[in-house]
Ligand binder design. Sequence first.
Ligand code: NAD
Length: 403
Amino acid sequence: MSTIISTLKESDDENRVAITPDVAEKLVHKDFQVLVEKGAGEKAFFSDQAYVDAGATVVSRDDAVSKANLIAVVNQPDEATRAKIHEGQILIGLLKALVDTDAIQELAKQKVTALSFELLPRTISRAQSMDVLSSQVSIAGYKAALVAADQFARYLPMMITAAGTAKPAKVLVLGTGVAGLQAIGTAKRLGAIVSGYDVRPASRGEVESLGAEFLTSSVSAVGAGGYARQLSADEQKQQQDELVGFIKQNDIVITTAQVPGKKPPLLVPQQAIDNAKSGSVFVDLAASDLGGNVSGSKPGQTVMTENGAKIIGAGNLASQLATSASEMFSKNVQAVINDIADKDGNLNIDLTDDVMSQLVATDHGEIISDRLRDALNLPTKQPAEDAPEEATKETKDADKGDE
Ligand code: NAD
């Protein structure tokens, strides 16, 4: 019997889908059976008929959950759906393992094998094709510049017309990782004068290569794996004080700063909002229930301040570019399936593998990822001393033949 892969319809506030018809077709060609919950792709403009044409079967949610060997989702499913996922099934998506630890622990109790994309080790080159965080925040960064331009009541480029000259807008991007660099590139293409700021000095070269100015932070905070570390309370105060000065010289501020698994740092304090020019626009990509980078931002809402600034809580902009975002998300899911499927199409996760040992949050009732164990205050797992020698990754890939 062939391995069954399914995908579910996301909640009302999510437009993306985890498997597109294009990827469904590729999976069907590799002899997987693909089940798609009715209406799953609708909001990303993929009809049920497109899935049927790709060789997939459109089914009820109950069937998509109960019959699958692997269930691919964008976000963690609701409690009722989670309760129906059973031992031996694989669930993969943005499961918020480090933040929604209750849900992950429930899945562990149900002995579900849960793969949470937030845990993917992004600097291992083999994992780059699976990197949902990069593919989705890159889209969010692009869209952030468009949202800001749309909400700003002036031109972004300099305009010289018979009716007078419009000055170019000044855009500041706080946090110049994957999302920030996309926001910088897009704002530059729209003709704004752009600057970027980060606590990782290494990002200077990337910002400057896009033709933007890099504003040097007096706080340097390089953490593990190329990420920023969390700042101390004193460093945060120092940073906020220096940012107040930078922010008031700009018309648009796009914030993207994250510290994995932690509350986002507050980069735009209330004082900066109070000093902002009337008509300024703040787009906060870090806005979430945990807080955001901008004082007063609310996820999914636009707040108008008394002094005429707009604060846009834009925690899920990738969902607004649902077709492109789903296409990339789906390719990332396909890369994981290719990685764990053997040549007969059976899904076997090698927990000694350097990518899977981190991407897998739970397996057979155990918490696998060391980052998650750390967040749950569990001791780091020791490698089993008498573990049989596993086939190397290269041997396994060679066994699989051409993809
Ligand atoms: P992220 O989403 O964790 O954070 C976004 C940005 O916010 C980062 O640049 C971070 O330095 C910055 N930030 C955090 N706290 C800050 C603060 N207090 N003030 C100002 N800025 C702050 O980061 P990301 O976009 O995922 O990227 C982080 C790093 O990982 C980058 O160097 C990126 O190039 C690298 N990366 C590498 C790969 C790869 O090798 N394949 C893939 C993805 C990302």
